[in-house]
Design a protein around this ligand. Structure first.
Ligand code: 1CP
Length: 352
C-alpha cells in the first residue's frame, strides 16, 4: 500500500501533534454537490451508486477534488446491514429510506442472520478497495457503520420516524426481542467494520444518530452497551498503524464520559455541546471531532470564518481536535461556502 501523504487526521485522532487542525465534513459527498446529483441521476438510484465500486469511488473523490479535505469517507450508507439481513431496503422518492419487511415480533428477530461482509456486503468491501487504490495515499479513508440502536430504529419503524413509537414500544414491552436484535446487530457491525479495515479503511466511525432520544438509563442499556461490544471487538491496528475508532451519538452530550470509557479513540460532538466544556470533561481520554452548526454554512463568508474560529478557540491549544460540522451538511448549501470553511480552519488552525 502507498505511503500516506497527509496523516493529520489520523495523528489528531491519536492526539499527536499536527501542523494545523484537520477537517472533513459529515456527508461531504452528497446532494449539495451538482456533480453528485449528476452521477446519481445517471446511476438510477442511490443503492445503484453504493453497489457499483467505480461509481461509489467517483462520488467519494468528488469533494476531495473541490476542497482541501484531510480525510475521505467511504460512500455507502448505514442501512446496508439491515438490507443484507433481508429487510428489503428501498428509497421512496422524497421520503428517505424504507424497509419492505420491518421487524415486528421476537420471531422476526430470531429469523434474521448475521451477514457475511465478504458475501452479501462484498460490494461495500469492493468499494473500499477501489477507493484506497484511487486515493493512492492522498488522505486516509474512513469506514463507518450505524450503531446497533440506530439501525434498530429503522428496522423496527420501517423507515424514518419522529416519535420512535414502534422501536421504543418494542424496547419497553419486549426487551428480550430488542436485546436479541441489538446483539445480532453488534456482531454484524463488528465483523462489517473489521472487514472494512481489512479491505483498507484506516479509521472507523460509528454513527449513533438516534441514541439521543433515549433516557440515561435506556441509553446505557440499549445503545452504549452495544457500542462498547463493538469497540471491544474491533481490529485496532493494520499495516503497522493504529486504526482509530470514533463514536458519535447525536444529542449525546450528557454521556461523554461514559462514551469515552468504552475505550474508543475519539468522540464526535454535535453543535449543541460546548466543545471547551466537552474537552474539560473528557479531553485527556479521547480526541474530539466537531462541532460547528451545519446551518452556519447558510451565512456569509465572514460569519463562517468567525464561527469556525469560535470552535477552534473553544477547543483551544494542543492536539486532539478534528474539525467537522455537528451533523451532516445540508442539501441546499452553496458548495463554494465549503471552501471558505476548509481554508479558514487550516489557516486559523495553525495557531491554535
Ligand atoms: O438521495 C440520495 O442521493 C441519497 C441521500 C443519501 C446519501 C448521500 C443517503 C440516504 N445516504 C447517503 C450517504 C451516506 N449516509 C454517507 C456517505 C458518506 C459521506 O458522509 O459523505 C454516510 C456516512 C451516511 C450515514 C447515514 N445514513 C446516517 C448516519 C449519519 C447521519 O447523517 O446521521 C443515517 C442516519 C443514514 C440513513 C439515511 N440514508 C439516507 C438518508 C437520507 C438517511 C437519513 C434518513 C433519516 O433522516 O432518517
Amino acid at each position: 500500500m502507498s505511503e500516506l501523504k497527509n496523516d493529520r487526521f489520523l495523528r489528531a485522532l491519536m492526539k499527536q501533534p499536527v501542523d494545523t487542525t484537520p477537517i472533513w465534513i459529515m456527508r461531504q459527498a452528497g446532494r449539495y454537490l451538482p456533480e453528485y446529483r449528476e452521477v446519481r441521476a445517471k446511476a438510477g438510484g442511490f443503492m445503484d451508486l453504493c453497489e457499483n465500486a467505480d461509481l461509489a469511488c467517483e462520488v467519494t473523490m468528488q469533494p476531495l477534488e473541490r476542497y482541501d479535505l484531510d480525510a475521505a469517507i467511504l460512500f455507502s450508507d448505514i442501512l446496508t446491514i439491515p438490507d443484507a439481513m433481508g429487510l428489503g431496503l428501498y428509497f421512496a422518492e422524497g421520503e428517505g429510506p424504507k424497509f419492505e419487511r420491518p421487524l415486528k415480533t421476537l420471531a422476526d428477530v430470531q429469523k434474521i442472520a448475521i451477514p457475511d461482509p465478504e458475501d452479501e456486503l462484498r460490494y461495500v468491501m469492493n468499494a473500499v478497495r477501489t477507493i484506497r487504490k484511487e486515493l493512492n495515499g492522498k488522505v486516509p479513508l474512513i469506514g463507518f457503520s450505524g450503531s446497533p440502536w440506530t439501525l434498530a430504529t429503522y428496522m423496527v419503524e420501517g423507515g424514518t420516524t419522529k416519535d420512535f413509537g414502534k422501536v421504543k414500544g418494542m424496547m419497553f414491552s419486549n426487551p428480550q426481542a430488542m436485546h436479541l436484535l441489538l446483539d445480532k446487530l453488534a456482531q454484524s457491525v463488528t465483523s462489517y467494520l473489521n472487514a472494512q479495515i481489512a479491505a483498507g479503511a484506516q479509521a472507523v466511525m460509528v454513527f449513533d444518530t438516534w441514541g439521543g432520544v433515549l433516557s440515561d438509563e435506556k441509553y446505557e442499556e440499549f445503545s452504549l452497551r452495544y457500542m462498547q461490544q463493538i469497540v471491544s471487538g474491533l481490529t485496532r491496528e493494520a499495516d503497522g498503524r493504529k486504526v482509530p475508532v470514533t463514536l458519535f451519538t447525536k444529542g449525546g452530550g450528557r454521556w461523554l464520559e461514559k462514551m469515552a470509557a468504552t475505550g474508543c479513540d475519539a468522540l464526535g460532538l454535535d453543535w449543541t455541546q460546548d466543545i471547551s466544556q466537552a474537552r474539560q470533561r473528557v479531553g485527556d481520554a479521547v480526541a474530539l471531532q466537531g462541532n460547528m452548526d451545519p446551518s452556519v454554512l447558510y451565512a456569509e463568508p465572514e460569519v463562517i470564518k468567525s464561527e469556525a474560529k469560535k470552535v477552534l478557540d473553544g477547543f483551544g491549544e494542543g492536539p486532539g481536535h478534528i474539525f467537522n460540522l455537528g451533523h451532516g451538511i445540508h442539501q441546499h448549501i452553496d458548495p463554494d461556502k465549503v471552501n471558505v470553511l476548509v481554508d479558514s480552519v487550516h489557516e486559523y488552525g495553525k495557531t491554535s
